[in-house]
Design a protein around this ligand. Structure first.
Ligand code: GLY
Length: 341
């Protein structure tokens, strides 16, 4: 089967059924499956012929300790340099297992079966693998492309509503960054329709993956344009660090709202486009109020270990389908947001 996308000539992305793709892709390999407890319970019969390494669920386990536990299991099971690691799960599983594969014996081949919407449209595609260190996101990791990514939208049927919605935040993000047609299509549909109409969902996933692949093709290592994929994420990471009230997608929705407000104040974005962004997010069921006060959020952004010295790269929407990277001193960022109060 031909892939829907190819990233950097090395990584093939399929929006297709796992049962059709995996037998072809894994034929003849010595495969080790890494998954988590939830996926293992939902799909007990998935890939029974290969050894499974099951990791605990939750962002708190996206750590070097979990990577080490995968390495130890691979070693105990006799994995060698020719082995193939298949990660099956959402973003936490693919980020962690991708890092484990890209460091085991200095790197073995790996692929992903992505089982969440957030994973399919963002985390699994593009070659970023990594884990958190001391609560700071993705502080240890690699840029290594998986050989393939399978996005099977039928697996999203078992996804809880809240997690499905979280993935939609990343879909809206992709639309705001580079795909005004996708944005319009989302405006013309509803949360219920997206959840129930599989053909529509497949189109939407394909469009969002297309945005990501095009950007990663031009800037794999995030020297510039790839930063656009962080729209809404500067504040979202601060929200997630200060409060457990929101998951990643919910926090990204609030982050996109806050940055759209800033963009209007800075005269980069029209009020009408800002209202379309907030209108769509609200219709999809997102709460756009931050559970954490702006002062606390900005203090957290100031501490961000990933900032470039004293500067922050803030992604600002200039129109639906067009965003730009603004490099701001931390103080200028504070001033920009504080006018909000
Ligand atoms: N999730 C953002 C990126 O892959 O660059």
């Amino acid at each position: 089967m031909n892939p829907d996308f190819t990233v950097r000539n090395t990584s093939r992305v399929y929006v297709a059924r796992a049962e059709e793709l995996l037998p072809q892709r894994l034929c003849g390999e010595q495969v080790f499956v890494v998954t988590d407890e939830v996926v293992e319970a939902l799909y007990p019969d998935l890939l029974p012929h290969y050894p499974h390494i099951c990791i605990p669920c939750g962002e708190q386990h996206k750590t070097l300790t979990t990577v080490e536990s995968i390495h130890r299991r691979l070693l105990a099971l006799g994995a060698d340099r020719k082995s193939f690691l298949l990660a099956v799960g959402g973003g936490i599983v693919t980020d962690t297992a991708g890092f484990a594969a890209s460091t085991y014996m200095r790197g073995i081949r790996f692929g992903f079966l992505s089982t969440t919407l957030l994973g399919q449209v963002d985390a699994s595609v593009g070659g970023k693998n990594g884990v958190n260190v001391d609560g700071y996101k993705n502080m240890a990791g690699t840029f290594t492309q998986p050989e393939f990514v399978v996005c099977d939208t039928t697996m999203l049927r078992t996804l809880p509503e809240r997690e499905f919605r979280a993935g939609l935040a990343e879909v809206v993000k992709s639309a705001i960054i580079a795909d005004p047609n996708l944005f319009e299509r989302l405006e013309q549909t509803s949360f219920t329709q997206l959840r129930s109409d599989e053909a529509l969902l497949e189109q939407v996933v394909r469009a969002a993956v297309g945005v990501k692949v095009a950007i990663v093709e031009r800037d794999e290592r995030e020297a510039g344009e790839r930063r656009l994929l962080n729209l809404g994420h500067t504040l979202a990471h601060a929200i997630e660090k200060c409060s457990h009230a929101m998951n990643h997608g919910e926090a990204v929705a609030v982050g996109m709202r806050l940055v759209a407000d800033c963009a209007v104040r800075g005269a980069w974005l029209s009020a009408a486009e800002r209202n379309r962004i907030c209108g769509l997010l609200t219709r999809l069921g997102f709460v756009l109020e931050s559970p954490v006060g702006l002062d606390r959020l900005l203090a957290e952004v100031g501490k961000d270990k990933k900032s470039d010295g004293e500067s922050i790269h803030l992604i600002v929407p200039h129109a639906i389908g067009h965003c730009e990277v603004h490099t701001l001193e931390k103080e200028a960022l504070q001033t920009l947001f504080k006018q909000d109060k």
